[in-house]
Design a protein around this ligand. Structure first.
Ligand code: SF4
Length: 135
């Protein structure tokens, strides 16, 4: 399984379990810094985030929330379904940044050393077989 396959599979698995209740959005400390999120309401923003995981376009508010994520982890603590909401946000952020080959849905800061940095970190954390398959 490639990393792209893993992103797709985990996105689908978690999106199928998510009820779009909005508890993760309510708990998030970044919502005041994400345009339109407060006005749209937590359920609508969660619905848009789930849509991104389901291969959909999302909504402008959901994309703003996804882009603002600083990985506080408050969302995971708040999820009544005991989902790893922080990981869902990470998956949604990768997808929205174009990790699966689509055009980015929000501005992405260019870092020419990003990939080498990720690979260096991954070598510290992945098993040898995972490194062979994914790096
Ligand atoms: S709190 Fe959990 S179930 Fe509710 S919208 Fe967020 S991820 Fe989905």
């Amino acid at each position: 399984m490639t990393l792209a396959d893993h992103i797709r599979a985990e996105s689908a698995r978690l999106a199928a379990l998510c009820t779009a209740c909005g508890a993760c959005v309510r708990a998030c400390p970044m919502t005041p810094y994400a345009a339109g999120v407060t006005a749209a309401g937590p359920e609508a923003v969660a619905f848009g985030m789930r849509d991104v995981l389901r291969e959909g376009p999302g909504t402008p508010e959901a994309l703003a929330w996804i882009a603002a994520c600083t990985r506080s982890g408050r969302c995971t603590e708040a999820c009544p379904e005991r989902l790893d909401a922080a990981f869902m946000l990470r998956l949604a952020q990768w997808r929205a940044k174009g990790a699966l080959g689509e055009p980015p849905r929000f501005p992405v800061r260019e870092d020419t050393q990003f990939s080498p940095k990720v690979k260096a970190f991954a070598r510290l954390t992945l098993a040898e077989q995972e490194q062979r398959e994914w790096l």
